[in-house]
Ligand binder design. Sequence first.
Ligand code: AMP
Length: 187
Amino acid sequence: MRLVLMGPPGAGKGTQAAVLAARVGVPHISTGDIFRANVSENTPLGAEARRYMDAGEYVPDSVTNAMVRGRLGEADCGPGFILDGYPRTPEQVGELDSMLREAGRALEAVVAIEVGEGEIVARLLKRAADQNRSDDTEDVVRRRLEVYREQTAPLLAIYRQRGLLKTVDGIGATDEVTDRILAAIGR
Ligand code: AMP
């Protein structure tokens, strides 16, 4: 399974990617999680990423692409992967294409989890309270949504044109959304 999960922050990509990865037995690769792990371990990558994350901006493509290239090159990604939060820019789409081409692989599908903006803001503010994430304050949440709309939402058209895009309603219980995703990709 080589799957990309897309959708605005708070759509449930992380939750669904974790469930699907455990069911299918492929790694869940969340660029946000890798950045956060680096921030908490105080690595140079973490210090670089944090400046952008705390402002709700994207970490530069050069940094993100190199990190993903390294991760997808690890042995556990041989049978597949579920990407959560990557690609997010046109340049990242191109870089992922190159990585897959070089490995002689292709994406199975890109699943967009759809949730309306009002619900998203409510979810993210709740998560801010629950998890104390420094990028879940209201101003940063709004900026992250804006950045998603401007830079990432247009990628859906690219994957739709390639015939890879499946859209799934992200409102409902975790299990219900998982079932919708599995049905959408024909599993
Ligand atoms: P997430 O947990 O996926 O919402 O990511 C949290 C933050 O990490 C984002 O707001 C960005 O600052 C950064 N980030 C995660 N993935 C990417 C990416 N593919 N490109 C650039 N920045 C990213």
